[in-house]
Design a protein around this ligand. Structure first.
Ligand code: C2E
Ligand code: MG
Ligand code: MG
Ligand code: MG
Length: 286
């Protein structure tokens, strides 16, 4: 019966759609093997405070070094990983790799205050996230507050109690929470309060033309005010020019992240950046 229905449905697929479906299946199979074949890697992007531009944290961003396709950006495979459920094991790999790296930086005395890892709404609603994070913290022995989890505002639309429970338990573990891509979803004040995050990240789409588009400037101003009224640290994503940085400083934004400071860097390059940042810091301290 189901087979017959399936065969009937095939008639509605154009050759182009069939090709796309094939490419997708292929990519999904490749992705399934990517972890065991060691094809995933993390890049790290610095976050700095305003006005001093002193390093305050890093964000880990996953990359996939595909044997044929080269370096694949997350936008091309995260959605697939989410739909197929692969995001759960992939997310665990990302968390473990980031925490091991934090441990290494702690041992060499160059660890930033915190390193953020992106967590998908699918991971959050899965329920096993808290246990996985706990296990990885135990394994690596890093202080929980060195780890920050970035949750996109849009997860809130799913309105899943499981997700809220997980967030509360994660906070209880001592890890930090950050609300990513803020301004693109529909979070209410009530939700924002319930999440008990420490940081709000203004989506880069508002930052991009903030200095030329007055309505975007108003949005950025409002988000900063909202964040501060809730006691959150406000960071602007996607800052590319010093004009934007100056503008954000004038609006009272706490921190920035973007190409102006640095692109996301592979681990050896970000380690060099950390050594340099520590040098600057001790220089100011002395
Ligand atoms: P996101 O978490 O909002 O990350 C910020 C994105 O903006 C990154 O893209 C970063 O490379 C890019 N970016 C940083 N500075 C600038 C700038 O000045 N200008 C512009 N135009 N872009 C900038 P990326 O690395 O391609 O990641 C895209 C998205 O993929 C991330 O958005 C995040 O939602 C997702 N992602 C990345 N890594 C992971 C991961 O390990 N797990 C999960 N679940 N999602 C991830
Ligand atoms: Mg993020
Ligand atoms: Mg973001
Ligand atoms: Mg984003």
């Amino acid at each position: 019966q189901a087979k017959q229905q399936g065969r009937g449905l095939l008639r509605f697929f154009s050759p182009e759609m069939t090709q796309r479906a094939k490419t997708r299946l292929r990519l999904e199979a490749d992705l399934r093997r990517a972890i065991e074949r060691d094809e995933l890697l993390l890049y790290y992007q610095p976050q700095v405070d305003l006005p001093h531009r002193k390093l305050v944290g890093l964000e880990a961003l996953v990359r996939w070094r595909h044997p044929q396709r080269g370096l694949v950006p997350p936008g091309d495979f995260i959605p697939l990983a989410e739909e197929s459920g692969l995001i759960v094991s992939m997310g665990e790999w990302v968390l473990r790799t980031a925490c091991r790296q934090i441990k290494h930086w702690l041992e060499t005395g160059i660890a930033p205050q915190q390193t953020a890892v992106n967590v998908s709404a699918v991971q959050l609603s899965h329920g096993s996230l808290v246990e996985r994070v706990q296990k990885i913290l135990d394994e690596t022995g890093i202080p929980p507050q060195r780890l920050e989890l970035e949750i996109t505002e849009s997860f809130i639309m799913a309105d899943s109690e499981q997700s809220f429970t997980s967030l509360t338990e994660l906070r209880a573990l001592g890890v930090r929470l950050s609300i990513d891509d803020f301004g693109t979803g529909y979070a209410s004040f009530g939700y924002l309060q319930r999440i008990a995050a420490q940081k709000l990240k203004i989506d880069l789409s508002f930052v991009r033309d903030m200095t030329t588009n007055s309505s975007n400037a108003s949005i950025v101003r409002a988000i900063i005010a909202l964040g501060h009224s809730l006691g959150l640290n406000v960071l602007a994503e996607g800052v590319e020019s010093s004009e934007q940085a100056d503008y954000l400083l004038a609006l009272g934004c706490d921190a920035i992240q973007g190409y102006l400071i640095s692109r996301p860097l592979p681990v050896d390059e970000i380690t060099a950046f950390l050594v340099q940042a520590r040098g600057d810091f001790s220089g100011h301290d002395a």
